[in-house]
Design a protein around this ligand. Structure first.
Ligand SMILES: [Zn+2]
Ligand SMILES: [Zn+2]
Length: 324
């Protein structure tokens, strides 16, 4: 499924089979998660995609060919995440922050991704995945899970955690946070009772609309929805010393707000991309929780419908394309 230009529908296309270069694997895609970032690319809010582009950066598949110098063997199941390549050499890579690499390339943005039957990926950025777990369930871990996990880590270890926007990422973070013994408060669009019910079923002790105040102040809040107005709203729900983490790659403008909301050592920060260590940690932790993803599946040819439903807020949990 090919994106020719921002603002257009994806188009079914027959492309030549990609050949893995040295250091790369070719993956036969089993499933690929649909991420809000894909919407930002389609809608032109992320302005520099490779074009035409195969979207998709939550790929679960099986290695079917490998270039020279690759340790992964044919038949192994791997996950391909958003971080597709880094230079290993800039000041950020050399200080353990490859997520901030100056020359990073991203899957499904700078590199063709997983809305396809075949994808090639740099083997060094692939994760080994268990064979005995459904691909549909694993796919959302690869971005919703990884970015969510990084956001949770950067939120600190406060006990009372608020999640603004209860979709693919939040429903995974909720399970990890409960496993860590935190208390959970979920905020959704007003009237989204299905997502609020999902939040309660995953251990949220309170779920309500994003303009409501939680029953007690929060130690940390993660904003997953791409809505800048949620930042002052979340700050207003924080206790002293609390932090608001913005987890998305794109957000509408944050409205001005009184300094009083930030006073008493409250903080606002963003989270960008992932490191391979984030991935290794989450994928080791997920079976211990155990994380169970709530998935709505679509055939590859219905990728446009999946994106439409995500845009309108109709997806409960995570949307995933089932490819083979
Ligand atoms: Zn770098
Ligand atoms: Zn993503």
């Amino acid at each position: 499924m090919l994106l020719d230009s921002p603002g257009s529908r994806l188009r079914e296309a027959e492309l030549p089979d990609p050949e893995p270069a040295a250091g790369q694997v070719r993956v036969r895609v089993e499933a690929c998660g649909v991420c809000r970032t894909d919407l930002h690319i389609v809608d032109g809010e992320l302005t520099e995609p490779k074009l035409p582009l195969v979207l998709g950066h939550q790929i679960v598949g099986v290695v079917d060919a490998a270039g020279d110098g690759v340790e992964l063997a044919a038949g192994e199941r791997v996950g391909v995440p958003w971080l597709g390549w880094t230079d290993g050499d800039c000041r950020f890579c050399r200080s353990g922050r490859e997520n901030l690499c100056l020359r990073a390339r991203f899957t499904g943005y700078d590199l063709d991704g997983g809305y396809a039957e075949l994808a090639v990926a740099d083997a060094r950025y692939c994760f080994r995945l268990p064979q005995d777990h459904p691909a549909l369930q694993l796919a959302p871990l690869l971005c919703a899970g990884l970015i969510g996990y990084r956001s949770l880590r950067l939120a600190g270890d406060g006990e009372r955690l608020g999640l603004y926007g209860f979709g693919a990422s939040a429903h995974i973070v909720a399970q990890v946070a409960r496993h860590q013994g935190r208390r959970l408060f979920a905020f959704t669009r007003a009237g989204d009772t299905e997502s609020q019910e999902l939040a309660r079923s995953l251990g949220a002790e309170w779920a309500g609309a994003s303009d409501e105040q939680p029953p007690e102040p929060l130690d940390a809040a993660i904003v997953f929805a791409p809505v800048g107005a949620l930042v002052p709203a979340a700050l207003g729900a924080l206790d002293r010393g609390g932090v608001v983490v913005c987890a998305g790659i794109h957000m509408s403008d944050i409205p001005s707000f009184p300094y009083e909301l930030l006073w008493e050592e409250r903080a606002v920060r963003s989270v960008a991309n992932l490191t391979r260590q984030d991935g290794e940690e989450l994928l080791a932790l997920a079976p211990q929780v155990p994380v169970r993803t709530h998935v709505e599946a679509f055939p590859l040819a219905e990728a446009n419908e999946a994106l439409d439903r995500l845009r309108s807020g109709a997806i409960v949990g995570a949307a995933v394309l089932e490819v083979s």
